[in-house]
Design a protein around this ligand. Structure first.
Ligand code: HEM
Length: 186
């Protein structure tokens, strides 16, 4: 693994390599699983959108982006103000704790037209599903690529999805995704 190679070459300690591998695995697996699950459920509920993708599989990348916005699998981020900030309506002091609701921002009607509509042709620039700033998701390009490749391959083989039972959400403070998602795939 590249982290341990970096440790062998003296760029990291062995302990740092282990922590990095763990943070990539913990940050990168459930999030992507939940994004894909949420996208499939969205397609089952909006079958017209699956037909749009089937007609033009090159929309797979845009699909991944809209799924991240619409589903917002990583719902919340907490951070601490490093300095005083005055945004007019919001004033922060150093060390103030901040709760950011990425899911709410991704459905904010001041930013998005028809925010609660799943639309893979929408212009999704400005969504915050991967966070923002210096702590923005380190794996976002990989996640986008994984989803793009998957949706493109599925669009060529699958004619549609149907819910085959009641979907239930997993209880989690940070991520949004399914405990169970019965789907019939044609
Ligand atoms: C659809 C899938 C994914 C979503 C929605 C997602 C979302 C996020 C979000 C919202 C953050 C916090 C950003 C912030 O604090 O401002 C984050 C951080 C992070 N993500 Fe992802 N992520 C995904 C996939 C991945 C993958 C595949 C990897 C690695 C292989 C990864 C690695 C990380 C790491 C290492 C951080 C911490 C970055 C830091 O604190 O500097 N993520 N991700």
């Amino acid at each position: 693994m590249i982290m341990y190679r970096a440790a062998d070459e003296g760029e990291l300690t062995e302990e740092e390599a282990g922590m990095l591998v763990r943070s990539f695995l913990s940050a990168g697996v459930d999030t992507t699983v939940r994004a894909v699950g949420g996208a499939l459920e969205s397609f089952a509920r909006h079958p017209d959108q699956w037909q749009v993708l089937r007609a033009d599989p090159s929309l797979a990348r845009a699909t991944a982006e809209e799924a991240i916005r619409y589903v917002s699998p990583f719902q919340t981020v907490f951070c601490t103000a490093g300095r005083a900030v005055d945004h007019g309506t919001i004033r922060l002091q150093p060390e103030d704790k901040i709760f950011l609701s990425l899911g709410a921002a991704n459905h904010d009607p001041r930013k998005w037209e028809r925010p609660d509509t799943f639309d893979i042709r929408r212009r999704t620039v400005g969504h915050v599903g991967f966070g923002a700033g210096i702590h923005g998701c380190a794996g976002q390009m990989l996640a986008r690529l994984e989803m793009e490749v998957l949706f493109e391959a599925m669009a060529r083989r699958i004619s549609g999805f149907e819910l085959a039972g009641e979907a239930t959400y997993a209880l989690n403070n940070t991520t949004r995704g399914f405990k169970s998602l019965p789907l019939r795939i044609r």
